[in-house]
Design a protein. Structure first.
Length: 123
């Protein structure tokens, strides 16, 4: 079963972790990378059912402008990654080397090669 987990930064310096679908499933984490494990543990305690951290969708929230800027940065990074993948695909298609592709896109030739391999494996 998939669960949505809400992680909200608290003024005490911790992430307050709640699982809306599981009454009483509340925990705290000191770092965002600990939220999945902490949430899985509290779900298991509350429901008696084991849960894989992989089955959790994390919704993080930081109030104010800091949270807004972080969300914008994340969206921009996703958009840039998609654009870079498209550029690598098109530049390689017209015959440019990995080194030239990297130079034109502002990434290393190793990253261009990695993107190319990932694209091939996706089909």
């Amino acid at each position: 079963m998939k669960y949505t987990v809400r992680a909200e930064w608290d003024d005490t310096g911790c992430w307050v972790v709640t699982v809306p679908a599981v009454p009483g499933a509340i925990s705290q984490s000191t770092r965002l990378d600990q939220v999945r494990t902490d949430a899985a543990e509290v779900i298991e305690i509350q429901t008696g059912q084991p849960v894989s951290p992989k089955d959790l969708d994390i919704e993080w929230h930081v109030s104010g402008s800091a949270g807004e800027v972080a969300a914008l940065a994340r969206a921009a990074r996703t958009q840039l990654d998609e654009l870079t993948r498209s550029a690598v695909r098109q530049l390689r298609h017209v015959g440019l080397s990995l080194r030239d592709t990297g130079a034109l896109t502002g990434i290393s030739f190793q990253r261009a090669q990695q993107i190319e391999r990932e694209e091939r494996s996706r089909g």
